[in-house]
Design a protein around this ligand. Structure first.
Ligand SMILES: [Zn+2]
Length: 364
C-alpha cells in the first residue's frame, strides 16, 4: 500500500545574512499511519525546534489537517548560518507545507518563508523580498506590509497569502510566472553647498528631492526591498523619492547598516542623502560612506545608490566668514583647519556650490 510507505520531499527556505539571502533546504520524510503523529526536527537548536513544532502542530490542526504521520524534518543550513536559526520563525511555513501538501505537489523552484500563528494565519518575516530577488525563486510568504505593496504590484514572483489554508489551495491550483528583476545602479550627483547659517540649504535640498519621483516600477521594487528589510514603510508608498538626513552623531550601523538592518545610506536609495554640517561627521565614517558609494554597496552588501548626495557646510567654524552684516571671529588658522575638513568631499568628487562668494552675493 502506497499510503503506508515513507515519502521524502524537499522544500527550500532561506536565511538572511545582512543583504545576502542564503538558500536553506529542508528535507521532510513522512511516515503515514500514526493517528497521533509527531514531528522531529534536526539541524536547528533544541529550543527553536520545540517552538516550531508547537506552532506547526497548532496551525495544521486549525487547517483541519491534523497530524497523522511521523514527520522527520532535517533542516540543512550552510555551516556558518546555523547560529541564525536560534529564535527564527521563518521555517514554520515551509515545514508545515512539506508535511501537509498533497503528494502530487512539487516544490521545485519555490521558496517558502513565514511564521505560523497558532490559528493557522501566516505572518511575514522581515526580509522576505530579498529572498525572492536573490534566490530567483517563486516566493510563498505571509501577507504584504504597506512597504511591500509597490513590489507586489509589479512582480509576479511572490505569492503572498494570508493563511496556511489559502497556501494549500494555492499549491493545489495555479502557478505564478516569474518576471525579470533588474535593479539599476547609477552614480549619484554629489554636491557640497557652502553657506551661512539659516540660508535654507536643507529645505532647498528637500524641495529638489521632490523632482526625483520614484515612479519607475524598477525603482519602486528596489525601494520596497530595502524598506522591507528595515521594517518601515516606504515614503508615500513608493511614490516619493526617499529623503534621508542622518544627524552627524549617527552611529556606523545607523548610517551603513548591520547584519539585521540597512542604514540611512541604503534607505536613501534613488533619493537624496543629505549630510547636513558635513564637517561634523567623524572622518572615518565619511570615508566608509564614500567607499560604499564608490562600490555601490556596504560591506554587508546593502545597496548604497542614492540619486543625490548633498553635503552642507559653513564657510568657517562660527559660520559667518565673508558675511556682509555679521562679523566672523574665527582666526585664519581656524578657517584653514575648517576648510581642511572639507577636503574628503573634494577628494570624492563633490561639486562645490559656494553661496558665500562675492559673485553670488552680488547676484542677490
Ligand atoms: Zn567664522
Amino acid at each position: 500500500m502506497t499510503t503506508t510507505e515513507n515519502r521524502t520531499r524537499m522544500i527550500h527556505s532561506a536565511l538572511r545574512n545582512g543583504f545576502c539571502s542564503v538558500d536553506t533546504p529542508i528535507e521532510v520524510t513522512l511516515s503515514p499511519g500514526h493517528p497521533h503523529g509527531a514531528i522531529s526536527i534536526d539541524g536547528v537548536p533544541h529550543a527553536a525546534a520545540r517552538e516550531i513544532t508547537v506552532r506547526v502542530r497548532a496551525a495544521l490542526s486549525a487547517m483541519n489537517a491534523p497530524l497523522n504521520t511521523l514527520a522527520y524534518v532535517r533542516v540543512m543550513p550552510q555551516a556558518d548560518m546555523h547560529r541564525k536559526l536560534a529564535g527564527y520563525s521563518g521555517l514554520d511555513l515551509p515545514i508545515a507545507l512539506a508535511i501537509a501538501a498533497a503528494p502530487d505537489v512539487n516544490f521545485l523552484g519555490m521558496l517558502a518563508v513565514g511564521e505560523l500563528a497558532l490559528d493557522g494565519t501566516v505572518r511575514s518575516v522581515r526580509g522576505t523580498l530579498l529572498h525572492a530577488q536573490h534566490l530567483q525563486r517563486l516566493l510563498i510568504c505571509g501577507p504584504a506590509q504597506p512597504s511591500e505593496a509597490a513590489y507586489y504590484q509589479h512582480s509576479l514572483h511572490v505569492a503572498s497569502l494570508e493563511s496556511a489554508c489559502s497556501m494549500m489551495s494555492y499549491l493545489r491550483g495555479g502557478r505564478i510566472r516569474p518576471t525579470e528583476m533588474n535593479p539599476s545602479a547609477v552614480s549619484p550627483v554629489k554636491q557640497l553647498h557652502i553657506g551661512w547659517p539659516g540660508t535654507g540649504r536643507t529645505s532647498q535640498a528637500r524641495r529638489d528631492n521632490d523632482d526625483l519621483a520614484a515612479s519607475a516600477a524598477t525603482k519602486r521594487k528596489d525601494l520596497a526591498l530595502v524598506y522591507n528589510l528595515a521594517g518601515i514603510d516606504m515614503p508615500d508608498r513608493g511614490r516619493a523619492a526617499p529623503f534621508r538626513a542622518p544627524h552627524h552623531t549617527v552611529s556606523r550601523a545607523g548610517l551603513l547598516g548591520n547584519a539585521q538592518s540597512p542604514g540611512e545610506a541604503t534607505l536613501a536609495l534613488h533619493g537624496t542623502l543629505l549630510l547636513d554640517e558635513a564637517t561634523e561627521f567623524p572622518l572615518g565614517l565619511l570615508e566608509s560612506l564614500f567607499a560604499a558609494l564608490r562600490r555601490g554597496h556596504t560591506e554587508n552588501g546593502y545597496p548604497v545608490q542614492p540619486a543625490r548626495v548633498i553635503a552642507t557646510a559653513h564657510p568657517c567654524p562660527c559660520g559667518y566668514h565673508g558675511h556682509n552684516a555679521r562679523v566672523c571671529r574665527c582666526s585664519a588658522a581656524q578657517i584653514a583647519a575648517h576648510r581642511k575638513r572639507l577636503q574628503p568631499l573634494h577628494d570624492n568628487g563633490f561639486a562645490v556650490i559656494d553661496n558665500t562668494q562675492p559673485a553670488e552675493q552680488a547676484a542677490k
